[in-house]
Design a protein around this ligand. Structure first.
Ligand code: NAP
Length: 308
């Protein structure tokens, strides 16, 4: 039996080292080193090229190396009737908490404007908002959404969350699927932390922006596919939105000639909000591999029907 790693960047060394450290008995192979494809029972992947799994006929489970699984469903030849898993990790959550908190504080204290003023040697104090007077709405109130909400709430922001089902989280108002409009009406900062599925693709569009308070600020740290890019430009131009911080894009890296680069009202980061760390997540991957071997229930499973 063997565990197969497939990554689009072929950066295997840290993953092999960490998995060996987690359980030295596991045989770890890659598409380049596998000798007998039939011995592979589980694959763990990040953006595997389409059709990658066809020759592994004894595959029982495929795991994502990160929290997101949309890259798995992008492959129309993904084997059916197979267990799918993802990563749920404290470090992923705390990295996301810190990043989104930094963006929210950056926004209410106008730090981007001061960076631009400094470049022109201009001294120009402007008024600012306090966290306690600002509502942050988290679209996608799951593992990462709740972690972010808890930190923002500790900082002092008023926090709300929207998810398929209502959640019970202290100090945070949770809205369910059919309460989207109520949730949006209060969200002065909107943070997208939804998984990318058929239902959530393109959700950040003109109609949704029009339901936010005038001058709301958008933070997208989920996936580029959630955003209708032309609708964002229109909402920024007509000041329905005052700005946006984007960590994820339809095309990554963001093309050099993309119009987002030249906008002062958009903050761009290169998909670094929270990066899966091999050392941190290898123990749960090794655990799932051994569970496959023993025919046991897997951890952190993903539903093919829901797409997350
Ligand atoms: P999760 O635990 O699965 O949470 C997803 C949340 O979205 C759940 O609360 C779910 O509701 C809700 N949801 C899903 N579809 C919905 C719909 N159609 N309507 C309403 N609510 C819906 O996922 P997570 O671990 O928090 O991760 C969220 C996403 O963050 C990932 O999928 C990934 O794309 C992104 N991410 C980005 C980075 C980065 O560096 N930028 C890093 C890690 C992850 P229920 O709970 O009611 O089912």
């Amino acid at each position: 039996m063997a565990l197969l790693l497939i990554r689009n960047d072929k950066n295997y060394t840290p993953w092999i080292d960490a998995l060996k450290k987690a359980d030295s008995s596991i045989t770890v192979v890659t598409p380049e080193t596998v000798e007998n494809p039939e011995e592979v029972t589980m694959a763990v992947t990040w953006k595997a090229p389409q059709g990658s799994f066809a020759k592994y006929t004894n595959l029982k489970a495929i795991g994502s190396m990160g929290a997101g699984v949309d890259h798995l469903f992008d492959d129309p030849s993904l084997p059916k009737n197979i267990s799918l898993t993802r990563v749920v990790d404290d470090k992923l959550a705390s990295d996301m908490q810190e990043f989104v908190s930094a963006l929210c504080l950056n926004h209410i204290r106008n730090l981007k404007e001061y960076a631009a003023l400094q470049a022109q040697a201009k001294w120009k104090p402007t008024s600012y908002k306090r966290a306690k007077d600002v509502t942050v709405g988290i679209l996608g109130f799951g593992t990462l959404g709740q972690a972010v909400g808890n930190m923002l709430s500790t900082i002092g922001f008023k926090v709300t969350g929207w998810s398929h089902s209502k959640k019970d989280v202290e100090q945070i108002t949770s809205y369910s699927q059919n309460e989207l409009d109520r949730f949006l009406a209060e969200a002065e900062i909107l943070v997208c932390l939804l998984p990318l599925t058929d239902k959530t693709e393109g959700i950040l569009n003109t109609e949704l922006f029009s339901k936010l308070p005038k001058g709301a600020y958008l933070i997208n740290v989920a996936r580029g596919g959630h955003l209708v890019e032309t609708d964002l430009i229109e909402a920024l131009n007509n000041r329905q939105l005052s700005g946006a911080a984007l960590d994820v894009f339809h095309t990554e890296p963001l093309p050099q000639d993309h119009l987002f680069w030249n906008r002062n009202d958009i903050t761009i980061t290169p998909h670094i909000a929270s990066m899966s760390n091999a050392a941190s997540v290898s123990a749960q991957i090794a655990e799932n591999y051994n569970r496959v071997k023993n025919g046991e229930e897997l951890l952190n499973t993903v539903s093919s029907e829901r797409g997350y």
